[in-house]
Design a protein around this ligand. Structure first.
Ligand code: NAP
Length: 286
């Protein structure tokens, strides 16, 4: 079998075009364009690229982008005070603080300080709790984007066995909750999992969020499986690659996401979808 490619770049472009149309409609009807604040602390080169893309796409759909670039040594109290002022600013509907944060800053504290109604990363305990209870409001962007791609297959996901590799708060755990909502049977694997290849071989859906280049081998993939590769890595030659050996896995999977051009662009599209949703929710309670 040769897998069909789940083209995240094209799907994200369709989504952002729809968001841009809704933003234009909002503005035509006299309401303010949604505003998204992106806070970057320090000079991590990968984070700088992600933040640049997020800000560029925000502006491209007609939203207002608020940029806060702080030096790596910014005290935690200063960052928390900035979040408080963003929370209180009605022109900002969504805020995200780019991860990872410098060591001296407590990421959990920062996430919890964000007003859950403006938590467009969907990582505040309130939004995670809503996802646990099958009543999501603002959903974590990367798993949300993975679900949109899985639905692109047109398949009924109910009853499928999904194996997730990785249990981080931003990828694996919320991904498990999303798949459960679709009534998949979910197995979450991590570094202590025994016989990972054996578990992946049972999977109708494989989601890899490990952070290791080409970690998932082609012969781990069951014939006809859907493979979602969340990883963004550099291989030994410095080339961008995912967590899955794409060429080998494509021989067996029925659908597969590429890296780049798969989950990455979807994450940004879902961030904008969340920002629009946050603005609409804030309108309705204003
Ligand atoms: P993370 O916090 O480092 O989590 C990695 C997970 O992989 C952990 O749960 C870890 O297990 C597990 N793991 C590590 N080695 C393993 C092994 N040998 N066997 C099985 N599991 C293993 O990483 P993350 O933040 O979730 O990110 C994962 C990848 O996704 C990275 O490449 C990141 O760049 C990428 N990413 C992409 C997007 C996107 O938009 N495309 C968004 C977010 C992240 P333990 O919990 O036991 O340590």
């Amino acid at each position: 079998m040769t897998a069909r490619v789940l083209d995240g770049k094209a799907r994200a472009a369709r989504l952002t075009a729809g968001i841009a149309a809704r933003v234009a409609e909002r503005v035509r009807s006299g309401r303010a364009p949604p505003g998204l604040a992106v806070v970057l602390i320090g000079e991590n080169p990968a984070s700088q690229v992600y933040v640049r893309n997020k800000r560029r796409t925000t502006e491209a759909v007609g939203m207002r982008s608020f940029a806060f670039d702080l030096p790596a040594g910014t005290p935690q109290t200063e960052l928390l005070a900035l979040i408080d002022s963003i929370n209180a600013d009605p022109s900002v509907n969504g805020v995200l603080v780019q991860l990872p944060l410098p060591q001296h800053i407590d990421g959990e504290l920062v996430t919890e300080r964000i007003d859950p109604r403006k938590d467009v990363d969907g990582l505040h305990p309130y939004n995670i709790g809503r996802l646990v209870l099958k009543r999501p409001v603002l959903r974590p962007c990367t798993p949300y984007g993975c679900m949109v791609l899985l639905k692109e297959t047109g398949a009924d996901l109910a009853g499928k066995h999904a194996v997730i590799i990785g249990q981080s708060n931003i990828v694996g755990r919320p991904m498990a909750l999303e798949l459960l909502i679709e009534r998949c049977t979910v197995t979450v694997c991590h570094s202590k999992t025994r016989d990972l290849p054996g578990l992946v071989r049972q999977a109708d859906i494989v989601v890899a969020g490990v952070g290791k280049p080409n970690f998932v081998q082609g012969d781990w993939v069951k014939d006809g499986a859907f493979v979602i590769d969340v990883g963004i890595n550099r291989d030994a030659t410095g080339k961008l690659c995912g967590d899955v050996d794409f060429a080998a896995a494509s021989e067996r999977a029925s659908w597969i996401t590429p890296v780049p051009g798969g989950v990455g662009p979807m994450t940004i599209a879902m961030l904008l979808a969340n920002t629009l949703q946050a603005a609409e929710l804030q309108d309705s309670v204003a």
